[in-house]
Design a protein around this ligand. Sequence first.
Ligand SMILES: Nc1ncnc2c1ncn2[C@@H]1O[C@H](COP(=O)(O)OP(=O)(O)OP(=O)(O)O)[C@@H](O)[C@H]1O
Length: 509
Amino acid sequence: MPASPPLVQAQQIVKRFGALAANDHVDLTVAAGEIHALLGENGAGKSTLVKMLYGLLQPDAGRILWQGAPVVLHGPREARRLGIGMVFQHFSLFEAMTVAENVALALDGDAPLPQVAERLAETSRAYGLPLDPRREVWQLSVGERQRVEIVRCLMQDPRLLILDEPTSVLTPQEAEGLFATLAKIRAEGRAVLYISHKLEEVRRICEAATILRHGKVVARCDPRAESAASLARMMVGSTVLGVKHEPTAPRGKVRLAVAGLSLPPAEAHGVALRDVSLALHGGEVLGIAGVAGNGQDELFAALSGERLAPRAEAVLLDGRPVGRQGINARRRLGAAFVPEERLGHAAAPRFPLSENALLSGHAAGEFLAGGLVRRGRLLGYVDEVTRVFDLRKGSRDPEARALSGGNLQKFTVGREILRNPDVLVVAQPTWGVDAGAARRIRQALLDLAAEGAAVLAISQDLDELLEIADRIAVMFHGRLSAPLPVQGLTQESLGLLMGGSGFPAEDAA
Ligand SMILES: Nc1ncnc2c1ncn2[C@@H]1O[C@H](COP(=O)(O)OP(=O)(O)OP(=O)(O)O)[C@@H](O)[C@H]1O
């Protein structure tokens, strides 16, 4: 009996953006019942390839075979009809609508809402992805939003599920839940094409991998037989080293202080900040750990001035009370901020990088002369961020949305670090960047601190915090623990704190 053809094959796919070959004769084969990793540096061409498999982009050359037969996918609807589903890095949910309404909107067909809600509840139960169909999306944590996207995709009964960096914003526990779901999907004979920069998890859950570099396939392997280091080497083409860091006790003067800050939730179901205090010293990296949705976003907003404190003295920058001042005033005093969401919050998608640099730099008078924008300096600044953070992009000053996710992350972090701030508050500094770029960003944060700046890093990546922080504090239900020296901490001890141990009993209830 002839063997059945692979579920999907891409053969000699070429995709160009101007002069740049984002995919250069790429071959990829995914079998049914396989979790197949698609690996590569930021900008290697992974998203471009999967967008073609999902009908969002058309190849310039090459062909796609579905169960052995050539297909031309003019759009996602055609891809879905074949049995291809995709969950993107950037979510596409309407905040003001309920989970069920969002799902109903995306389904091809016009099933009545109660029926959709019922199927949704069934699917979420069957795959261990708990969701309440009646909740509005703005109330959901990042992890819950991703669940909505995955369940919505599964409701279309895909044979191939494409996941673009699904765990980059998940806690370890949420990621474990997702792996259990993927195991179930595989056991049903479905295939998963899995894009991730987290090489340890790729080794754990994937049985095949295709590795891209500069748009070309450079290797295929069984990740289970590799180490994270050997996978990184194949991706980057050279050995990726760790950062240089000797954690120390705080020595410099206090540059950022928060004193007894309480803030009601910004929205009906948001998190209240409760009596938060911290003192961040020059020369120090303070890590903030916590399960998503425990007040980290609210803390970021209060530190940046996007939300004002009730009292000016609740937030001090180099001793100056700034609690009642907005983000630009705080920038003028030497602070810089990198929010978690890079497209929409950290960067305006349709603005070129130069204008995005102006957006955060103008407050401190950078790039301006006599009220006019100094365009040459702005472009020079984009060039510098590009050089120092190794941005890969198709032109000198593209729109933010034309950058690959990881490259935009490098830009939004690099833009602030190169301003040499005295205080840097950064959320998820290496979200979605490859191993080499993560090392570069982490080292740059450490170098900034070594020069006397105070760095506060909010991150869900405990390995990252253990690598770069001098002290780590944990957020739970809007409270912040006392910071602990990193030397005595482990994943496990942090995990316990993140679950509420050591916090007042009424919080853990
Ligand atoms: N619409 C576009 N216009 C111009 N260039 C683009 C466009 N989309 C992607 N590119 C470029 O194509 C290259 C490949 O991008 P792609 O998003 O496929 O990379 P990736 O491997 O998914 O990266 P990451 O890990 O950062 O998500 C990048 O250099 C990117 O700047």
